[in-house]
Design a protein around this ligand. Sequence first.
Ligand code: UDP
Length: 342
Amino acid sequence: MKKVFLITGGAGFIGSHLAENLLNAGHKVVALDDFSTGKIENVMPLKENPDFELVVGTVLNEYLVDKLIEKCDAVFHLAAAVGVELIVKKPLESLTTNIKGSEIVLEMAHRYNKKILITSTSEIYGKNTNGPLKENDDRILGSPLKTRWGYSTAKAVDEMLAYVYWKNKRVPSIIVRLFNTVGPRQTGVYGMVMPRFISQALENKPITVFGTGKQTRCFLHVKDAVSAIVKLMNEEKAVGDVFNIGSQEEISIEGLAKNIIKITKSNSKIEYIPYDKAYEEGFEDMQRRVPDINKINKLIGFSPTYSLMEIIEDMISRLNNQKPQQRAPAQKSSLKQSGRKN
Ligand code: UDP
């Protein structure tokens, strides 16, 4: 059945892929975005589609959010200040958007009794280096005066709000925690490591590895993240619950840099930059972050379809298509053999 979905942050990196997925499934999409980090280019191709509507505005505008939620069937709440560098540079704006914005969106979902999925983050777990991290594992955070922890704290408030709106007011809400989602259209401007390393390698510039580079992450292709999000929205048993969404293919940041240099056949060298210089004095990084994905696997059969190498290849080939003058040496892609439905 054709539905109308509101996506807050619909012109962002993940929001635009989600919009594409829903339109391809025959739904109508209203994307709300204030272009703080979202970009018009992300949704340019979608503007041709009569089922796509772009509304330029902020989730802090209660009147606007009220009107948009009133006329939709369900809400994907993605609008947020994201990216560690952005959070560290603009702590106040980030806190306001992330806490106040979510409160407004949840309150309107309550007013009109609409189902809502809110996107949270693996930052929730803070410095807990145990792995794989389960949804009910402990959060280990540093001082709230260290701006990095503001993001984790704001998202934890969002999660609590969503959960309490469900428990006390029966607003059907679902929480997802995204672990390092990457893919085409992601920008390195706000600090995200993968697009940044790829651009640096394609331009033969130094690859900026922060700290020792021994810290590890698991990267998930945005298409895998989006298909999981959509399935959860359609799954009644997901309501009132929280799910990790991520890959379990763990790699050190130094290892990632080396792989990207190899795949792009770049002349780039690795430049190690201390955290104090890269972010701010006293900056604390997560040394390890691996999700436990048993819960989401059991409920909707989720498992990633893109390997790390396939993700890197996909991002490079899309960048090359956009900027022919910066073409990286052609590499044989393994994407075609994966049998994945794109
Ligand atoms: N990082 C890096 N160089 C960069 C950007 C990021 O070494 O130019 C590191 C960052 O310190 C972290 C990891 O890469 O350890 C992942 O960073 P990102 O901001 O992409 O995501 P996070 O997992 O920190 O949310």
